[in-house]
Design a protein around this ligand. Structure first.
Ligand code: SAM
Ligand code: SF4
Length: 318
């Protein structure tokens, strides 16, 4: 699929659920989310039907996310069905890693290629604080399990939070030295309920380069990736910087997003959504609707003008 700005759209990120087993301060309300009926979400059968159409239209890369994708029942079966679709080259997942040790082997066997694991600190107490109750040991065991079964190369996503983890930048960067692990620092995005918290605690990714002078730029392999990569001399892994605000990457955007309620989002930072679930249930031609929507994909976001979306990150999947 090519949109009206000549961008080739081949990447779909799917939020499988709004629910999560953590309550990260920048993402979830403390008491979790409002309960909603199962009929409000795409069923696994509906998800498969919609994904099949996307793949036929040229999507060759899918990332499952959430909420926490591993709390969605039936995820392994869905992945094993989706991995058999012709034309799909890469199936990945973004997870907080808490349940990964239980699922890593089954996910790999089902056809998942690799995982991105979110980890904002290496300190047990700080982890408990930022996630409002999570146990970092579960995540570390999840990372080991993912390595063991070959869900690699592993990428660690770290949201930079002023006054919280800026003192751990060197330690996180050093994770890339001995092993083929990429650590990616993500700037805090002002979305949903946490928008003002995010603005207050924002620090620019430039701090990573200020603190770690030995990082050398790495030639960009994938222009559509929002990360700009650097590497320490002789390190096995890389360090990525993802700067949605201080550095726009809209002109290379190749992605679409599907929320757990079956809404297609053409741009992460736009409030415009297309309800594929209703269309599917009403017997509309989904293929036509997707093509029409892609033709109307926004040219760019306007975060720098403080145009923030109302949805929360756990509803979209990042
Ligand atoms: N639960 C999974 C996880 O945490 O990896 C998947 C969903 S989570 C919404 C996806 C990613 O979005 C995580 O890496 C998380 O740190 C990031 N994220 C959530 N809220 C964010 C925000 N306000 N700004 C930047 N990144 C955010
Ligand atoms: Fe859950 Fe991921 Fe949001 Fe944390 S960032 S609350 S793990 S969805």
């Amino acid at each position: 699929m090519i949109d009206s700005f000549g961008r080739r759209i081949n990447y779909l990120r799917i939020s499988l659920t709004d629910r999560c087993n953590l309550r990260c301060r920048y993402c979830m309300p403390e008491n979790g989310i409002e309960k909603f009926n199962h009929e409000d979400m795409l069923s696994l059968e509906e998800l498969y039907a919609v994904i099949k159409i996307f793949v036929e239209l040229g999507i060759d890369k899918i990332r499952f996310t959430g909420g926490e994708p591993l709390v969605r029942k039936g995820i392994v079966k869905l992945i094993s069905q989706v991995s058999k679709l012709k034309g799909l080259k890469d199936i990945t997942m973004t997870t907080n890693g808490i349940l990964l040790k239980n699922y890593a082997k089954d996910l790999k066997e089902a056809g998942l290629n690799r995982v991105n694991i979110s980890l904002d600190t290496l300190n047990e107490e700080k982890y408990r604080t930022i996630t409002r109750g999570g146990n970092i040991r579960d995540v570390l065991e999840g990372i080991e399990a993912a390595k063991k079964v070959g869900l690699t190369p592993i990428k660690i996503n770290t949201v930079l939070i002023g006054g919280f983890n800026d003192d751990e930048i060197e330690d996180l960067v050093n994770l890339t030295v001995e092993e083929e692990i990429d650590v990616r620092f993500i700037e805090l995005m002002p979305v949903g309920e946490a928008a003002s918290w995010a603005e207050d605690n924002f620090i620019s990714n430039n701090i990573v380069l200020d603190k770690v002078k030995d990082l050398n730029p790495v030639a960009r392999e994938d222009l559509s990736s929002p990360a700009i990569y650097f590497q320490l001399p002789n390190a096995k892994g890389k360090v990525g910087l993802i700067n949605p605000i201080s550095c726009k990457f809209c002109s290379n955007c190749n992605r679409l997003r599907l929320t757990s309620k079956g809404h297609l989002k053409l741009c992460l930072h736009s409030n415009r959504e297309v309800d594929l679930k209703e269309a599917l249930r009403n017997g509309q031609d989904i293929r036509e609707l997707i093509l029409k929507s892609v033709a109307e994909k926004e040219e760019s976001h306007n975060l720098e003008k403080r145009q923030y979306i109302k949805r929360n990150m756990y509803q979209i999947g990042g």
